[in-house]
Design a protein around this ligand. Structure first.
Ligand SMILES: Nc1ncnc2c1ncn2[C@@H]1O[C@H](COP(=O)(O)OP(=O)(O)OP(=O)(O)O)[C@@H](O)[C@H]1O
Length: 274
């Protein structure tokens, strides 16, 4: 990949509290203006990667670089500056249920800027318009559907015009139509705002449909493969094929290692089991 990376993960190794290594010697680049998806099975370290980029944790080894600056989790002023440039949408990115849709989106603008209320109003309505919910501005969060709530959270995540938008499982719990809408929105918002998007998810078809680049990660933060969605779909690597085609069995086993069923259910060789 070229030099225009917004985020660089250089030889990063990390374990929580110095415990088990979650990411080992990880190297990745996320290019400016692109939508990149990181796919991988549960527990392989995807959320951990987002936390390192957000400066929540520091790597044990290696460095995380944001726009040429090494993230230093001890430098509070730097973190504050970097986080203002980041929009994060977490799986259960809680909206304030007692507030209106409008006030939820206005929240980061009121907290982080000194803009006059008239300008906040215009910005909020613009963001809501971008997610198709300008007309819902005065509803309370308790009155909106799950799919709408996700779009509101999205409008809130982009309220401050972040340069990097990170999504953690943005499709979780959505029905197929809402999922398609959310996916297209993520793509559109990236392109319209000129942001860079990083997405972690289990939902392969949605990620393939909207990403410029896809990274398949496995246990320990091992990068199994990366490439364009077309590259990934055409891959003959059994591990990639299993993942992108959702094949039930392949190198990654469905079952967590366990004693044999015969042993667990007490049916081992009937005659033999006493
Ligand atoms: N705060 C924490 N302290 C200790 N261990 C953690 C912490 N957060 C995550 N882990 C462990 O780190 C590993 C990677 O977790 P992570 O959430 O990054 O995976 P993931 O790929 O995002 O999984 P999922 O797709 O299920 O969200 C898991 O084994 C998890 O149990």
């Amino acid at each position: 990949m070229s030099a225009s990376a917004l985020i660089e993960i250089d030889n990063v190794t990390f374990g929580y509290d110095g415990g088990r290594t979650i990411l080992k010697d990880l190297n990745l680049r996320f290019l400016r203006g692109k939508v990149t998806s990181v796919l991988g099975n549960s527990g392989c370290g995807k959320t951990t990667l987002l936390r390192l980029i957000g400066g929540v944790h520091a790597p044990d080894q290696g460095r995380v670089v944001f726009d040429g600056e090494v993230i230093n989790t001890h430098d509070r002023a730097q973190l504050y500056r970097l986080r203002r440039r980041l929009g994060m949408l977490f799986q259960f990115g809680a909206l304030f249920t007692d507030l209106t849709v409008f006030d939820n989106v206005a929240f980061p603008l009121r907290e982080m800027t000194d803009l006059p209320e008239s300008m906040i109003r215009d910005l909020v309505l613009m963001k809501l318009n971008a997610v198709g919910l300008r007309g819902a501005a005065q509803l309370r969060i308790s009155e909106v559907s799950g799919g709408m709530a996700r779009r509101i959270a999205l409008a809130r995540a982009i309220a401050l015009d972040p340069e990097l938008i990170m999504y953690d499982e943005p499709f979780a719990g959505l029905d197929l139509i809402s999922m398609g809408v959310a996916a297209q929105l993520i793509r559109t918002l990236n392109d319209v705002t000129g942001a860079t998007t990083l997405l972690i998810s289990h939902d392969v078809p949605e990620c393939m449909a909207i990403s410029d680049w896809v990274v398949l990660m496995a246990e320990g933060g091992r990068v199994v493969a990366q490439g364009t969605p077309a590259d990934m779909m055409a891959s003959t690597d059994p591990e990639v094929r299993q993942f992108v085609r959702g094949e039930p069995d392949g190198p990654v086993k469905f079952h967590y290692p366990a004693p044999s069923t015969a042993q667990d259910f007490g049916v081992a060789g009937r005659g033999a089991a006493r």
